[in-house]
Ligand binder design. Structure first.
Ligand code: PDD
Length: 288
């Protein structure tokens, strides 16, 4: 059985228990992270932990663990799950903790609930557009809340959008705001490529500040051979794009070949994806 971490204790995952009065359970009142480790090497560990600390501060959850404490805990959990010989994601969840009643206001003097477990993730795709996995997506107006930059455990809006894509045989659902501008996907950031230029929506309250997104932008800028812009992207531009990609810690950079049943470009994985994925793959373990 996989080893999990719950409130200071390592234990078999199927023995981890929390109270139904936990505010994470009752209200989705918590912050989470998903961090990939390939053969024991993490991708973006420090920025992931930093984003979680920012999220905890944003919703005023007091947790006394420092960035160094988190890094030690997560590396330890990976080691306990034989991470050196496998590809694992680690899920980290900090809720506001267990109250004595159901009451919306933040309770005082309640210790947060800290829960972490690992799960197997796919091997990275080959940097080869002829053999890499491609994806198809649907689209929908973004009906989530206005604080999408906070990685909250309250994911019902995301879950409902993901299900829209899933129910129609697609892997994701790309979202647009009331001005018909691309925001992100239900569990991924999004990009288009037009005439060789990569374009991704601005990082604001409408999207999660993805760590994979950050590594993609930084590594492409450092490499210098592909132009990349952060700006507003209309849905018309999405439909007219040569390539469309999505990114996340589990999907890395994933090429989209159909949107709402219509081919993106020529319906095949594009050359800019292959080049960008090579750049990302070379840089991902050194990013912090
Ligand atoms: N999803 N946007 C949303 C809404 C997300 O939920 C995620 C991550 C991303 C990509 O962020 P990152 O590159 O830091 O993984 C963007 C995670 C993996 C999940 O919920 O399982």
């Amino acid at each position: 059985m996989d080893t999990a971490y719950l409130n200071g204790e390592y234990l078999p995952l199927d023995q981890a228990r929390i109270s139904p009065l936990d505010r994470g359970f009752l209200f989705g009142d918590g912050i989470y992270e998903v961090i990939p480790y390939y053969q024991g090497k993490s991708v973006g560990l420090i920025p992931h932990v930093q984003r979680m600390l920012n999220g905890l501060a944003a919703i005023e959850i007091q947790c006394d663990k420092t960035l160094d404490d988190w890094v030690a805990l997560l590396d330890d959990l990976i080691a306990k799950n034989d991470g050196a010989n496998s590809n694992l994601g680690v899920y980290v969840h900090v809720s506001r903790g267990t109250d004595t009643k159901r009451y919306h206001a933040y309770p005082e003097n309640v210790a947060p609930t800290i829960f972490c477990f690992t799960f197997g993730i796919k091997e990275p795709e080959p940097v080869d557009r002829d053999t890499a996995t491609s994806y198809t997506v649907t689209t929908s107006e973004d009906l989530r809340w206005k604080r999408c930059h906070i990685k909250s455990t309250a994911l019902l809006g995301n879950v409902m959008h993901f299900q829209q894509g899933h129910a129609s045989g697609n892997s994701e659902c790309l979202l647009y705001n009331t001005d018909d501008q691309l925001t992100e996907g239900s569990s991924v950031n999004a990009y288009i490529v037009k005439d060789g230029v990569v374009i991704t929506p601005i990082q604001d309250n409408q999207i999660l500040p993805g760590i994979t997104r950050r590594i993609i932008i930084d590594s492409i800028v450092a490499d210098g051979s592909i132009a990349i812009e952060e700006r507003t992207v209309t849905m018309q531009e999405v439909r007219d794009a040569d390539e469309v990609w999505i990114s996340s810690s589990s999907k890395e950079i994933a090429p989209i070949v159909k949107i709402d049943g219509v081919n993106v470009g020529d319906g095949k994985i594009g050359p800019v994806w292959e080049k960008a994925f090579a750049i990302y793959t070379a840089a991902k373990f050194s990013h912090s």
